[in-house]
Design a protein around this ligand. Structure first.
Ligand code: UD1
Ligand code: UDP
Length: 363
C-alpha cells in the first residue's frame, strides 16, 4: 500500500515527522512525502527537515504564495499531476492549512481515500480561513484522527460516522517529546542575550492580528508596555514582517526597547526558547499545545481557540486581542504568578503516530 503524506507549511513539517517514521516502519506500507511548497524560505521549510532528521521530500510541488484561491488551486493542479504519475492508495493530510484542503479534495475526487490527522478541531469562527479548511477536509476524509475528545464530539455532531473517528492523541506532541532533549542543547537563550526564566516569547501570524496597520499598531502598544518590564523575544513570521514594513511600523517596533525581534527560528531553537520562557504570548495553534506540554504559561491573543483542552487541562489562557487585556494578563503573571494545572491532556504521550500507523495498516 502506497501512502502519500502531505506537508506544506511550517507546522505540518512538525506534525509529519513522527508519522513518516511510524508509517515507514510498517511492513507492506510505502510512504512518500509530498511538500506542496506553500512555505519555501529555508527558515520556514528546509531547516525543519534538517532539525527533525527527515529525508528530503519525494517531490516539492513548488506552489509558493498567493491568494487563497490561487494557492489552493495551484496545489490541486500540481498534486493532481503527481497522482497521474504515482499510483497512490491513500493520502494522509495534517492540520488545517490550504495545502491540507487542496490535497484532500484532489485525492477524494480521484477515488483515493483521505486520512485527516488533527481532525475535529473547531474554533466556530468562520472568519478564520483554517476553520473552512478543517470543516471541508473532515467532510472529505474517510479516516478522522482526533487529538482530543472534543474533536470526536464535534465530528459526531456534524454527522460523521463513529467508525471513521479515532481518538489517537497529538502528533505535534510526539515530535516535541522526541526532540526535547536535543533541543535542550541549543544555546538560543544565551545567543539572544536573555536569561532563562526572565523573558517572554511572542509569535503572531493570524490575519486578524497582523494584516492591518490598525490591529498591529494597537498590539505593539501592549508589547511596548510589557517589554518595559521583561524582555520580549519576538521571532517574526514572514507574514507579520511584511505588514510591519508595508504599514511603516517596522521603525516603531524596532524602537521598543526590550522587544527583541528576530527572523523565524529553527524548531530546536524555538522549542528551547519556549521551554525556558517565563511566559509565551501567541496566536499560533501549535504553540498553545507545546506550552501546555512544556508547562509554560501561554496567553493566547485570539478571541477563540480550536484547542480548548489547552485551557481546561493545560497552561493556556484566552486573552483576546484587546491591548489593555493583554497588558493586564502579562502583568498578572509577573506580579502574581500563574497557577499551572500540572496535568496533560489525555493521550498526549508521544505515541499518537504509532496509533495512527496501527489503524492505517489495518485499513
Ligand atoms: C499559513 C496557514 C496558517 C498556518 C501558518 C503557519 C493557510 C490559509 N494559512 O499561514 O493556517 O497557521 O501557515 O505558519 O494555509 N511567506 C514568506 N515565506 C514563506 C512563506 C510565506 O515570505 O516561506 C510570506 C508571503 O508573503 C506570504 C505570506 O507569508 O504571502 C503568507 O503565507 P501563507 O502560506 O499564505 O499563509 P501563512 O500566513 O503563512
Ligand atoms: N516554530 C518554530 N520557529 C518559530 C516559531 C514557531 O519552529 O520561530 C514552531 C513551533 O514550535 C510549532 C510550529 O512552529 O511547532 C507552529 O507553527 P505556526 O505557529 O507557524 O503555525 P500554527 O501552529 O499556528 O498553524
Amino acid at each position: 500500500m502506497r501512502v502519500v503524506l502531505i506537508a506544506g507549511a511550517r507546522p505540518n513539517f512538525v506534525k509529519i515527522a513522527g508519522l513518516q517514521e511510524a508509517l515507514s516502519g510498517r511492513s507492506g506500507i510505502e510512504v512518500l512525502v509530498v511538500h506542496t511548497g506553500q512555505h519555501y524560505d529555508d527558515e520556514m521549510s528546509g531547516g525543519f527537515f534538517r532539525d527533525l532528521e527527515m529525508d528530503e521530500p519525494e517531490r516539492n510541488l513548488g506552489v509558493g504564495s498567493g491568494s487563497h484561491a490561487v494557492q489552493t488551486a495551484g496545489v490541486m493542479t500540481r498534486f493532481d499531476a503527481f497522482l497521474d504519475e504515482v499510483a497512490t492508495d491513500m493520502v494522509v493530510v495534517v492540520g488545517d492549512v490550504n495545502s491540507t484542503v487542496a490535497c484532500s479534495l484532489t485525492a477524494v475526487k480521484r477515488g483515493i481515500p483521505v486520512a485527516h490527522v488533527e481532525a475535529g478541531l473547531r474554533s466556530f469562527d468562520w472568519e478564520m480561513p483554517e476553520e473552512i479548511n478543517r470543516l471541508v477536509t473532515d467532510r472529505l476524509s474517510s479516516l478522522l484522527f482526533t487529538p482530543s475528545r472534543d474533536g470526536d464530539e464535534n465530528l459526531k455532531g456534524e454527522g460523521r460516522p463513529a467508525e471513521a473517528i479515532h481518538f489517537v492523541g497529538n502528533v505535534m506532541v510526539d515530535t516535541l517529546l522526541r526532540f526535547r532533549d536535543k533541543a535542550a542543547r541549543s544555546d538560543v537563550v544565551e545567543r539572544l542575550g536573555v536569561a532563562a526564566g526572565e523573558y517572554a516569547v511572542l509569535t503572531m501570524h493570524r490575519p486578524r492580528n497582523v494584516d492591518t496597520r490598525e490591529a498591529f499598531a494597537g498590539l505593539l502598544g501592549a508589547f511596548a508596555e510589557i517589554a518595559g518590564r521583561i524582555p520580549v523575544v519576538y521571532p517574526m513570521h514572514p507574514r507579520s514582517r511584511r505588514t510591519l514594513s508595508e504599514a511603516g511600523l517596522l521603525e516603531r517596533a524596532e524602537a521598543i526597547s526590550g522587544l527583541r525581534m528576530t527572523g523565524p527560528l529553527g524548531y530546536l531553537d524555538f522549542i528551547e526558547l519556549e521551554a525556558r520562557a517565563r511566559f509565551v504570548m501567541t496566536d499560533s495553534g501549535g504553540v498553545q499545545e507545546e506550552t501546555t506540554v512544556l508547562g509554560v504559561p501561554c496567553l493566547t491573543l485570539r478571541p477563540n481557540t480550536e484547542r480548548p483542552v489547552t485551557i481546561t487541562e493545560g497552561t493556556n489562557t484566552l486573552v483576546g486581542t484587546n491591548p489593555d487585556a493583554i497588558t493586564k494578563a502579562a502583568a498578572g503573571i509577573l506580579d502574581e504568578g500563574y497557577k499551572l494545572s500540572g496535568r496533560l491532556p489525555e493521550l498526549w504521550d508521544g505515541h499518537a503516530s504509532e496509533r495512527i500507523a496501527d489503524i492505517i495498516e489495518n485499513y
